[in-house]
Design a protein. Structure first.
Length: 261
């Protein structure tokens, strides 16, 4: 892995220590995986003997953010959020994958009613919530009216990242809408793509979902190099790899993070 010479990104290391690579203003890189509660990651990623109650603490000792998976299926309780916050350092950040039913209703139904219900559950995270990830199904084509309703209803103080996979969303007018509202556009890399996707800076945050089944050291180096100009320009970036059966992708995420140390 490249050692990131010349990069000025502010790295939050696992365990919560901040490292400034230079005195210039720079973005913060947050790296993790989609979910953390995988006992099968023992012993490849989690130490032998790690109990279910200790998985997040072990995870946060090596990675700096998590894209919560279980929130896609049910809303988090305040009690669960309190436990997650207590298990991680102050610098650790959470991304909530918005609950699928409410996400669909917010986009296809009554956003003014659905969005307040959806977002109220996320308030206990406070400043530890980096953003909410709202996924629009990849089979859903561009719908400007639906997008406008969602953005009108979304709280301005709650950072939002939108995953818009259908090719019809790739339009400057859509990007301008997101940019005006301060909404991040998710870049998603998948096995069915011949080449890595274009990274578009839309809104104040870069959000990358690296969803291929595996990434080589050369692949991670290439992504690190592509991130560098944005981080050096002061843009924060969240990068999440998919979860797998034994923790190999968590190790890849850790390798990407170490490239910036």
């Amino acid at each position: 892995m490249a050692q990131g010479r010349g990069h000025s990104a502010r790295l939050i290391s696992a365990g919560g220590t901040a490292h400034d690579r230079s005195t210039t203003t720079s973005g913060t890189l947050y790296v993790g995986t989609s979910g953390f509660a995988y006992p099968d990651w023992v012993p490849r990623f989690y130490p032998p003997g790690t109990r279910a109650s200790g998985l997040l603490t072990a995870y946060a000792s090596r990675l700096t953010a998590v894209e919560l998976n279980n929130t896609f299926y049910r809303q988090p309780t305040a009690r669960a959020i309190d436990a997650w916050l207590a298990a991680t350092p102050e610098s650790f950040r959470f991304v909530v994958k918005a609950q699928r039913g409410a996400s669909w209703r917010a986009f296809r139904g009554d956003a003014a009613e659905s969005v307040p219900w959806l977002t109220a559950a996320y308030r206990p995270f406070g400043t530890r919530l980096r953003c909410v990830l709202l996924r629009v199904e990849e089979t859903t084509p561009r719908d400007d009216e639906a997008l406008a309703r969602l953005l009108d209803a979304w709280p301005t103080d709650l950072p939002l990242a939108l995953e818009l996979r259908h090719v019809s969303w790739e339009d400057d007018a859509v990007h301008d809408q997101l940019r005006m509202r301060g909404v991040a556009l998710v870049t998603t890399d998948t096995d069915d793509l011949e080449d890595p996707p274009i990274i578009r800076r839309i809104g104040p945050l870069l959000y990358l979902r690296l969803r291929r089944r595996s990434y080589s050291a050369a692949d991670l180096d290439a992504w690190s190099a592509r991130l560098a100009p944005f981080l050096d320009d002061g843009v924060d970036a969240c990068v999440f790899l998919r979860h797998d059966a034994d923790g190999a992708t968590a190790l890849a995420a850790e390798s990407l993070l170490r490239a910036w140390r």
